[in-house]
Design a protein around this ligand. Sequence first.
Ligand SMILES: [Zn+2]
Ligand SMILES: [Zn+2]
Length: 354
Amino acid sequence: MFEKDYYQILGVSENASEEEIKKAFRKYAKELHPDKTHGNKEKEERFKKISEAYDILSDPEKRAKYDQIRKYGFDPSAAGAGDFDFGGADFESILETMFGGGFDSLGGRGKRAARGENEGDIHVKIDVPFETSLRGGKKSVAIEHGVKCGTCDGSGAEKGSRRETCPGCHGTGKVSQNQGFFALNRPCPQCFGSGTILRHPCKTCHGNGSTFRRQTIDIDVPQGIASGKKMRLAGLGNYDPRTGRSGNLIVTVNLLAHPKFERKGDNIHSAIRIPVEVAILGGERTVETVDGPATLRIPPGIQPGGKLRMAEMGFPHGSSRGDHIVTIEIEIPKKLSEEERKLFERYKELKGKS
Ligand SMILES: [Zn+2]
Ligand SMILES: [Zn+2]
């Protein structure tokens, strides 16, 4: 009573694992893809059957019901087994999962775009030296992205030919079949749901409508950019022949550390060591800043770990700048000359009396 054995069609045993079923289908999908079979009716028919079998066996729930029907002729767990409807499989998502969305003739991209994601986006990370982030500058990055095929102008069809309405579904991208117990409504296996077929694919891009190009992009790094910030370069992502649009290049900034300066927000931090007498009496020190050497005034009595602020010498922030903050470390002499030691002893005496 059951003319189809889905296990036989897929060439797997009835105890096959999900992985084995997936593997078997993947093999057939590659072999019998419409772009490869070039309108061979027999192969198209075969693929239709195989995708139908996969539709059922890859879904644990449908498979369980099918197993019941296969064994008993009906599903004892269901009330009206006669009007069984397995519904349409989400064929596109099956193939997207299996081929990572890179399987071109499947309409997966359009679907994702409709969900508000931009599949054509490319993500890169750039290492930005401290100085470049401070003053702004250029940074080159090599990318490989899909661009519109110049030979066919993105159509995927050879010169003089064009995409044709799929005869299998008359352009709807869907077919419905009544197969005994099963009412199947699923993406057309002839055009993989796209509604069109290519009889003469462009030789340059093999019908994809896009080709890959390596390119070095000069990125303008804006002044003051922080680590982790993202920049969007419109149109430098992958070209999508379906929509005729290109995705974006999304650049994430990784700020490289500086050996002497540390950035915290818009402020720059560094440290200097001063001798104990300068800490006590005060004085001046030349410190390195991002603007070059600068004179830092040290007030008398500065404490270890004390912080001194050099205003407006940090990272640019709008029309103003952050500050450069210097942390003071105090050096205690390990050895003293005879005269120095006497002076400190005299100092100690004075402190004892006061
Ligand atoms: Zn082309
Ligand atoms: Zn079709």
